[in-house]
Write a protein that binds this ligand. Structure first.
Ligand code: NDP
Ligand code: MG
Length: 399
């Protein structure tokens, strides 16, 4: 059976890896829809190459340019736009698989729409679970959607957990989940030097090539904090049973510890095509194009406890998970604003953690029971973070 795949965030790093795997298996997967934010020329290139029946851009002006260019080239791809267009792509009846790879809170609405429509969802957009974990997981359960994590750590855990998904991990003898973290580019940088590091240094990740936002999150370790929250919702594991361990080689992608002392891990070269191929084919296996892991060449694998003085963002994320309700959404919004400002050289690297802490202190957590609750918290926290950082209104696309 050939699957019809939509990629939300096709022009990004995950989008490129997904298209690479799909292109290796034309008999199994058809690219049925591709979306992006506003880079219409990059999306046009992908449309020319993969000829999807539908393409969408969040930015209406960019969608207009794309539509013009598509007509001039005599292609038949239909172009949608705006938040509504992205939601429509995620719920098209002819699409069975949605790869959720938009960056940030902007991914929430279309990914939730895909869940409500009962799609098979390959989830990279961790912000969906951080903002509205309870609402999203309820939608997955109610509609019978199939949720497959492609964040490498969560994909590893998915592979190491028992096959019985009807019982909580604790009921299957799982004691702990261990998320590995590379420690990013500043693992050994003297803390005093962190105040003045540049966006280029922060984005130069030692092991993974990723989009700029998640690269900065890896440098602050907010990424791991968001992943702790992601793991909590995905697998139904309590905060106390989720630990983080630094593993600079990025070969062990995460581990599951059982009551009897067994620890199962998933290993592989650090290349997102492995988790993407695993999730695309699940429960079967397909090739991904990733080179085999040569353990003898790697030699040794190292593990350290994270230093919370160096990485305060990790601590803040654990606090947000404990506080519950809107706290993770508030944290995520403050972080997105601060990372954007850091990338635009308006604030320093250490201001990111400070802005997150200050925004969390300013806004107390309230319960979340709907998408609207999550989006309200996101909006409010963005405004507070901008005010705290003395930033003007954002030029970024709205969520
Ligand atoms: P990129 O920045 O490389 O790509 C982001 C994609 O989202 C682009 O297609 C971009 O379009 C689109 N986009 C940006 N803003 C909007 C918006 N407002 N509305 C709609 N679309 C938008 O990100 P990554 O591929 O690195 O990351 C994507 C997601 O996957 C993130 O949530 C990240 O945390 C997660 N992830 C990424 C990993 C990686 O290895 N890269 C690993 C694990 C998880 P445009 O090009 O037009 O801006
Ligand atoms: Mg990850």
């Amino acid at each position: 059976m050939q699957r019809n795949v939509a990629i939300l965030g096709a022009t990004g790093s995950i989008g490129a890896s997904a298209l690479d795997v799909i292109a290796q298996h034309p008999d199994r997967y058809r690219v049925s829809a591709l979306t992006a934010g506003r880079q219409w020329e990059a999306l046009l290139e992908l449309v020319e190459r993969f000829r999807p029946p539908v393409a969408a851009l969040r930015d209406p002006a960019a969608a207009h340019h794309l539509e013009d260019a598509i007509r001039k080239r005599g292609l038949s791809t239909r172009v949608l736009c705006d938040a509504e267009g992205l939601r429509d792509v995620a719920t098209l009846p002819e699409i069975d698989t949605v790869i959720a790879a938009i960056v940030g809170a902007a991914g929430l609405e279309p990914t939730l729409a895909a869940a409500r429509a009962g799609k098979r969802i390959l989830l990279a957009n961790k912000e969906t679970l951080v903002l509205a974990g309870e609402v999203f997981m309820a939608a997955v359960r109610d509609s019978g959607a199939v949720l497959l994590p492609i964040d490498s750590e969560h994909n590893a855990i998915f592979q190491c957990l028992p096959h019985d998904r009807t019982r909580a991990p604790a009921a299957c003898g799982v004691r702990r989940i261990l998320l590995t973290a590379s420690g990013g580019p500043f693992r050994d940088t003297p803390v005093a030097e962190l105040e003045s590091v540049t966006p280029e240094q922060a984005c130069a990740h030692p092991k993974w090539r990723m989009g700029r936002k998640i690269s900065v999150d890896s440098a602050t370790m907010m990424n791991k904090g968001l992943e702790v929250i992601e793991a909590h919702w995905l697998f139904g594991v309590a905060r106390e049973a989720i630990e983080v361990v630094i593993h600079p080689e990025s070969v062990v992608h995460s581990l599951v510890e059982y009551l009897d002392g067994s620890v199962l891990a998933q290993l592989g070269n650090p290349d997102m095509r492995t988790p993407i191929a695993q999730a695309l084919a699940w429960p079967e296996r397909i090739s991904s194009g990733v080179a085999p892991l040569e353990l003898a060449r790697i030699g040794s694998l190292n593990f350290f406890a994270p230093d919370l003085a160096r990485f305060p963002c990790l601590d803040v994320a654990y606090d947000a998970l404990s506080a519950g309700g809107t706290a993770p959404a508030i944290l995520n919004a403050a972080n997105e604003v601060a990372v954007g400002a850091f990338l635009e050289r308006k604030i320093g690297f250490l201001d990111i953690a400070r802005a997150c802490q200050a925004t969390m202190r300013r806004l107390p957590a309230t319960p979340i029971s709907s998408l609207a609750d999550a989006l309200d918290a996101d909006r409010e926290a963005r405004a507070v973070a901008r005010e705290l950082l003395n930033l003007e209104q954002s030029q970024q696309l709205p969520a």
